[in-house]
Write a protein that binds this ligand. Structure first.
Ligand code: GCU
Length: 337
């Protein structure tokens, strides 16, 4: 509990410093938030609750209008819109943040976390804050972090070991780390936007992809790739980000309301996530998905060279050591719980 309370108070002190001019009189502001997830996704539900909370607590002075389902494009496009002052907020996964801040790449390290608890300690603790604090130089701040379970492969044919992946074209959120991950398993990576994966699978342009179970189900990829291989190679979180310029335009009260509502959205999203995984799994099975449990050891072994790459970069090597050490820390409680 102590850790996060400290983090929160330092966040509240540090963020107002971004403001060059704070308006004495509150102005009515509507912020635009675009993301690429379906409206049934728990991240969307948490964001919708956040928008409601913000509107209520600010007596309608601060509103958030959400554009879901990739209406403004995928994360690459929406981050670009933010950088060009055409959008206020978006959601992006750690992989999508990697090209701005290299430290996000550690979430693509296979089998980095002992379990979900270890992952949460990192995401919501000091290491998580150390990483998210670095985005300011890219023109945006992180307001919230969301769990996204584990990512596993799914394909048109069954996969039981890395040997079965030889020659397969697998869609990834393309980064140097994810591309290498597929290559080490004998496949070839395909950098296809999230919204185009269904058609690519259907038309046989790719043989498979990788994602968590809710996304596998909600995108209906399950209809065209029946085998979900539970190798659970990575845990890649999602983030809610806001343009630094937008942030600077908000007054202190608006920032406080938004910061609290964003932190509350983290709790709501976590509460909804586990049930969503169970529900999505059942729904996927209903439409014919086969879940294959595999021995993770051959995957872990094949992917070890990725750690050699991380070891070559002193910043990333230090970060990985810190993450490993976090496993032994006591559980931290969310500051708003
Ligand atoms: C997950 C994740 C998204 C990401 C998507 C993808 O669904 O929550 O943020 O965009 O995977 O694979 O592109």
């Amino acid at each position: 509990m102590k850790i996060n309370k400290l983090l929160l108070s330092s966040l509240c002190i540090a963020l107002p410093m971004l403001s060059v001019s704070t308006n004495a009189l509150a102005q009515k502001v509507t912020l635009k938030l675009a993301h690429n997830l379906d409206q049934t996704h728990v991240v969307h539900q948490a964001l919708a609750k956040m928008a409601k909370e913000v509107q209520e607590k600010s007596n309608g002075e601060l509103k958030i209008r959400i554009y879901p389902s990739g209406q403004m494009g995928g994360p690459r496009e929406t981050i670009e819109l933010i950088q060009n002052d055409a959008l206020d907020m978006t959601k992006a996964s750690a992989s999508e943040m990697e090209s701005f801040v290299k430290e996000f790449s550690i979430f693509s390290s296979p089998y980095l976390f002992d379990n979900e608890e270890h992952f949460k300690k990192v995401l919501f603790g000091e290491v998580g804050k150390e990483i998210t604090d670095k985005t300011q130089a890219s023109g945006f701040n992180v307001l919230a972090s969301y769990v996204a379970g584990t990512r596993s492969f799914y394909a048109k044919k069954p996969i039981h070991s890395p040997a079965d992946m030889k020659g397969l074209k697998i869609r990834v959120v393309s980064t140097p780390t994810t591309n290498k991950l597929i290559e080490l398993l004998g496949g070839s990576p395909a950098p296809i936007p999230f919204g185009e994966v269904y058609t690519a699978l259907q038309q046989g342009v790719i043989d498979g992809a990788e994602n968590n179970i809710p996304s596998y189900n909600q995108t209906r990829h399950v209809e065209v790739a029946k085998y979900y291989i539970e190798d659970q190679h990575t845990s890649v979180p999602d983030y809610l980000i806001i343009s630094s310029k937008t942030w600077a335009k908000l007054d202190d009260n608006q920032r406080k309301i938004l910061t609290e509502a964003a932190k509350n959205s983290e709790i709501i999203q976590q509460q909804l996530w586990d049930d969503e995984v169970k529900k999505s799994r059942a729904e996927a099975e209903k439409v014919g998905a086969t879940f294959i449990s595999v021995n993770k050891e051959p995957f872990r072994n094949a992917l070890k060279p990725l750690y050699d790459d991380f070891a070559k970069d002193p910043d990333l090597a230090t970060l990985i050591e810190k993450i490993k050490a976090t496993a032994n820390e006591s559980i931290i409680e969310h500051p708003f719980k």
